[in-house]
Design a protein. Structure first.
Ligand code: APR
Ligand code: PHB
Length: 390
């Protein structure tokens, strides 16, 4: 089989890339290791920056997002027992949309079917070859076990952090920058109306907690836990008891409901440079990871493929390589801004087991300053709602 762009992974990066290429008249094939049901159900991130919303709208895949997404004009930082609102609209004139990543994925898979080029799901043994030639190849096994091969002009590695494309870059051809955090997040999805109209990021002596949502009937909640915590140690009653303790504030009542889903996610910062090897281009989590505190992961993935699709159009339609040659450097500028913002939010809001009282007072001082100084609040707000594309 021949295609112009072979895309490994049907997450937000791979699917948005396939769609943008299609709009540019460029054909691609998306290979996905999991089933369609699995990727459409997998609960992940839920915040879309304004630039992401605008991109999806311009690409014609935001009808349901515009109907069902929840537009938020601010968030609250909860500390010292009360809420301190960061008013995005007032500070930046911009807003965010709360809309689950798997809803974005569903909408984009539907668009692939409409285009007559659905992803190949349930593939296995995916491997990439001949990356430094002008005809790189992807070998794989299809769902029925037969051998497949895609000969491409370019390969896009959109296969997430645990994918195989990044590992195809030989040692010495890339540098990894990494940071791990001494905690994880335990997240639940609950069949309960949100207890507040906006997200609440809580700094508490027992650890960080986050109140988020997916719809007027479904709440998403997170608790900071130890990095090696087992989900079995957290029956629903223990999760609710801990959420009540950490989210306590005057005039606030946490509404409980049936727990629909729960899981533990590690926290890590990771960047590989450059995001390219020969004719292999990495995008999204395959190239970089941020801790979820800044809500940047899905947005960065989509920002990467916005650039990659334009660069691929220049190559495949005009035989120009300049945009592909600057792809990695241009992406990494936004990536590192998000890396810093996510690290900063994480450092300010979590309890570090080894922190002494001096460090804890610094955290509180930073929170109070961020909440009370207009320039400091604006800095948080402009990063959160998404900096304009460069
Ligand atoms: N072959 C084919 N597909 C693969 C392989 C493989 N060897 N390995 C992984 N995949 C698939 C995964 O099953 C997944 O569907 O690649 C996809 C990668 O998607 P994501 O992990 O969602 O990554 P990305 O598209 O970059 O989106 C980043 O995901 O993890 C969140 O917080 C992160 O919101 C951010 C977003
Ligand atoms: C979510 O709703 O899943 C969510 C929201 C904000 C974050 C992280 C996750 O910072």
């Amino acid at each position: 089989m021949r295609t112009q762009v072979g895309i490994v992974g049907a997450g937000p990066a791979g699917l948005v890339l396939a769609h943008l290429l299609h709009l540019d008249g460029i054909d691609s094939v998306v290979l996905e290791a999991r089933s369609r049901e699995y990727v459409e159900r997998r609960v992940r991130a839920g915040v879309l920056e304004q630039p992401t919303v605008e991109l999806l709208r311009a690409a014609g895949v935001a009808d349901r997002l515009d109907r069902e997404g929840l537009v938020h004009h601010g968030i609250s930082l909860r500390f010292d027992g009360s809420d301190h609102r960061i008013a995005f609209d007032e500070l930046t004139g911009r807003s965010i949309a709360v809309y689950g990543q798997q809803e974005v994925v569903k909408d984009l898979i539907a668009a692939r079917f409409v285009a007559g080029a659905p992803p190949l799901f349930d593939v296995s043994d995916v491997a990439v070859h001949d990356l430094t030639t002008e005809s790189p190849r992807i070998s794989f096994r299809t769902a029925d076990g037969s051998h497949g091969e895609l000969i491409c002009d370019v390969i896009a590695g959109c296969d997430g952090f645990h994918g195989i494309t990044r590992d195809a870059i030989p040692a010495g051809a890339a540098t990894v920058y990494e940071h791990t955090y001494p905690f994880a997040w335990l997240g639940i999805l609950a069949e309960a109306p949100p207890s507040h109209s906006e997200l609440i990021y809580t700094y508490h002596e027992r650890g960080f907690a986050l109140h988020s949502m997916r719809s007027p009937r479904v709440t998403r909640l997170y608790l900071q836990v130890a990095p090696d915590e087992e989900i079995a140690a957290w029956p629903d009653e223990r999760i609710w008891a801990e959420l009540h303790l950490r989210l306590h504030a005057d005039g606030f009542t946490l509404t409980e409901g049936a727990v629909l889903e729960k899981g533990i996610t590690g926290m890590r910062s990771f960047v590989v440079e450059p995001m390219r090897y020969g004719r292999l281009f990495l995008a999204g989590d395959a190239a970089h990871i941020v801790p979820p505190t800044g809500a940047k992961g899905m947005n960065l993935a989509i920002a990467d493929v916005r650039r990659l699709s334009a660069a691929l159009a220049a190559l495949l339609r005009e035989r120009r390589t300049d945009l592909l040659d600057s792809y990695s450097d241009a992406c990494l500028r936004r990536v590192w801004r998000a890396e810093h913002f996510s690290w900063w939010m994480t450092s300010m809001l979590h309890r570090f087991a080894d922190a002494d009282p001096f460090q804890q007072r610094l955290q509180l001082s930073q929170l109070r300053y961020t909440a009370s100084s207009r320039p400091a609040a604006t800095s948080l707000a402009e990063n959160y709602v998404g900096l304009p594309w460069e």
